[in-house]
Design a protein around this ligand. Structure first.
Ligand code: AP5
Length: 221
């Protein structure tokens, strides 16, 4: 049976940073709904253009569109053992859809780490975030600066700031998260899957805290 880890947390909590590290350590894929939308936008697909209308305002892309996209992604062969999910599910409708799709695919959610960071710190993290154009590696001007300014340590590509990391959009994203995604904390807590993780510690410390709560079936998948 394939095993999935759902990383929950506010925008800027560190889901992408940690998913990249855990994916590298386990060999399971890192699936970020936001990255898939951004890739589609870069390629000017219809999905990308539609998603952009919502992302630029800090709103969520409609559930039906997002669920269809993730269903297609999870059915690919590289997800046969499982994956780290970053940014999906984000609403109760998406969480139910994930349970249904995993039941069809013969998989299940193994654990849901909930990475908690106070709101003031989220804004600071997002306003200083830098992303690599080639592969989405994540840096921060102050907390995780690249060795050469403006250049990715891993692949040498240009670093850029996300359009939705502007302060007014960040504030809207945090509001949307509190209204639409926070109910998932209870959804997963009631199912005995939620684990609280203090996300205010260093990146390395948070990685080790996450590693400690991953079940063996994920580490050995
Ligand atoms: P998405 O791309 O998923 O963005 P998000 O959830 O808002 O999360 P972020 O990527 O901003 O934050 P993160 O938690 O990954 O933090 P990171 O590791 O980068 O979604 C974007 C948009 O797409 C949405 O607004 C929506 O429109 C749409 N969308 C996506 N999924 C959807 C869905 N399921 N349904 C509908 N719409 C959807 O870290 C942030 C910064 O902090 C970095 O600079 C990092 O270096 C730094 N940092 C990380 N950890 C630490 C630490 N421990 N200490 C200090 N700095 C740290």
């Amino acid at each position: 049976m394939s095993v999935f880890v759902v990383l929950l947390g506010a925008p800027g909590a560190g889901k992408g940073t940690q998913a990249q590290r855990l994916a590298a350590r386990t060999g399971l894929p890192h699936i970020s709904s936001g990255d898939i939308f951004r890739e589609n936008l870069k390629n000017q697909t219809e999905l990308g253009k539609l998603a952009q209308q919502y992302m630029s305002k800090g709103e969520l892309v409609p559930d039906d569109v997002t669920i269809a996209m993730i269903r297609e992604r999870l059915s690919r062969p590289d997800c046969a053992r499982g994956a780290f999910l970053d940014g999906f599910p984000r609403t109760p409708v998406q969480a139910q859809a994930l349970d249904d799709m995993l039941a069809e695919l013969g998989g299940r959610v193994a654990v849901v780490p909930f990475i908690e960071v106070p709101e003031e710190e989220l804004v600071e993290r997002l306003s200083g975030r830098l992303i690599c154009r080639a592969q989405g590696h994540i840096f921060h001007k102050k907390y995780r600066p690249p060795k050469v300014p403006g250049v990715c340590d891993y692949d040498g590509s240009e670093l850029y700031q996300r359009e939705d990391d502007r302060p007014e959009v960040v504030r809207r994203r945090i509001r949307v998260y509190l209204e639409q995604t926070m109910p998932l904390v209870e959804y997963y807590r009631q199912r005995g899957l939620l684990v609280d993780i203090d996300g205010t510690r260093s990146v390395d410390e948070v990685t080790e805290a996450l590693w400690a709560v991953l079940p063996d079936e994920v580490k050995q998948a």
